[in-house]
Design a protein around this ligand. Structure first.
Ligand SMILES: [Zn+2]
Length: 123
């Protein structure tokens, strides 16, 4: 249960950044999950449900996940391209390439509190 420790880690980060009072009004957490991050969104969701059901103040918190595509950088063309179907090659020159610059992240992109307050870029 790799995802369970990731979820625990997310709550640890939130608890280190916000006060108990603020966390009482937490409504949702937006994650960015890279396709190469080794995180399975469905498992993440069920791990999240399991962790939050054991903590009263998080009963109504929602988890949103945005999947981030894999991008590579090609030295030849000096450009980035998006990878489809795990075909690691430059979209412009076709050269095989695994110089991944995006898609490995697991980030807390944004958290919402009731009363419209939101905080971005936590990790
Ligand atoms: Zn290229």
């Amino acid at each position: 249960m790799h995802e369970a420790s990731l979820v625990q880690n997310i709550f640890d980060i939130l608890e280190s950044k916000f006060t108990e009072e603020e966390l009482e009004t937490l409504e949702s957490i937006d994650l960015q999950v890279g396709l190469l991050s080794n995180v399975e969104p469905l498992l993440m969701k069920s791990a999240f449900e399991a962790v939050k059901s054991s903590i009263d103040k998080y009963q109504d918190v929602k988890l949103n996940m945005e999947v981030v595509d894999v991008e590579i950088f090609c030295d030849n063309c000096d450009t980035n391209s998006t990878i489809n179907n795990y075909k690691f090659a430059c979209a412009h020159c076709g050269q095989p390439n695994n110089n991944v610059i995006k898609g490995m992240e697991l980030l807390i992109k944004r958290v919402h509190f009731s009363g419209e307050q939101e905080v971005t870029g936590l990790t």
